[in-house]
Ligand binder design. Sequence first.
Ligand code: ARG
Length: 455
Amino acid sequence: MWGGRFAEGPSAVMRAINASIPFDKQMWRQDIAGSKAHVAMLGAQGIVSADDAAAIAAGLDAVAADYAANGVPDDLALEDIHMLTEARLADAIGPAAGRLHTARSRNDQVATDFRLWVRDAIDEVMAALTALRRALQDSAEEHADSVMPGFTHLQSAQPVTLGHHLMAYDAMIARDLSRFADARARMNSCPLGAAALAGTSFPIDRHTTAAALGFDGPTTNSLDSVSDRDFAIEYLTCATQCALHLSRLAEEFVLWASQPFGFVALSDQWSTGSSIMPQKRNPDAAELVRGHSGRILGCLTALMVTMKGLPLAYSKDMQDDKPPVFEAHGLLALSIAAMTGMVESATFRTERMRAVAESGYATATDLADWLVREAGLPFREAHHVTGRAVKRAEELGIGLDAVPIEDLTAIDPRIDARVYGVLTVDASVASRTSFGGTAPANVRAAIAAARGEMV
Ligand code: ARG
């Protein structure tokens, strides 16, 4: 492509280090779309003849059909998807192909292709996250009344409902969706026409190409247009944050599927066996979602470090922007699909959850609150009295709600039998009606609100 100035070809190693075709061929659809928008504009503006513009557009369709049917070859000599496509176009239509690259550079071309690719990736992720939210909401609805132990420090703290716990993840995924939506809106400007770095002397119409490619408009500064990779970094920050959420949910599945917890049975489809221990059902998919989150964070780090010291405008380092984004996207898409499948097919062992909730003195706070409300104690004193009641229950080896009234009144005479009304786990969760609380009625309202905001 630059034979005019060069007497010798590149060395084999130069060719190998320089080529991006092995990975950027993933952007062939975006490259064809960008070129078609560009050549249509060149024709409309009279920069190339109508005949040449039509021949180029038809030729691009033929190249695209060939890629779709036969795949994109790893031709290192042609370096990247942009040069490969131009070469294929020349094979198809002859010298007119050489007019396609008028008034553009690979710098604005790759910036445009990559934005289109990331935008498609965001759309795919948002659809997948929406499906995950529906799975969480459906399961939460089924378990709006299912009592489980709520933890702090992984110690039994207060009873909650499983529906409430699942809706906590729905809230996280809702934030992820809004972050992806923000990133999409911010990146939806078109760099095409910035050319190499300075703009062009041809009478192009950047607004037309931007609109043709579904952008809100053209980017404003030609230097920034070709050197900006914020959109890719932002995709990766959103992906990382989302992966962290998925990792936490995955970790809960791993814990819950363990024998000491026994809170969930993963379906056969989402478990693996052991080659040596026949009894095993391992939560490999959940473990890999947890593991993938680390790799996604690594991709974000890689791209940030690539970009941090680059002067304006384009530097070839920026070719390294794509592998981490492609890798992270693949990992994230798999992780979301796997978590959705696990949530949809999990069998929650609600009897076991309830039994554990009942065994950990999880209603101690309810006793303390009752002492405040009904007996007028200051909370600190109520806390102390309750501590003694828990101690007594421990001595007797029974739950708080089974401690005889004589034992309770011996600790504090202001306690009376009405207290048993608040000591069961069901009474405890039903009483948590403050906005955002775990009461089943609140969980149902939260599910309805979440569904309403999604339609
Ligand atoms: N393959 C290159 C990349 O991905 C395309 C841009 C090349 N631009 C250049 N000035 N050499 O960054």
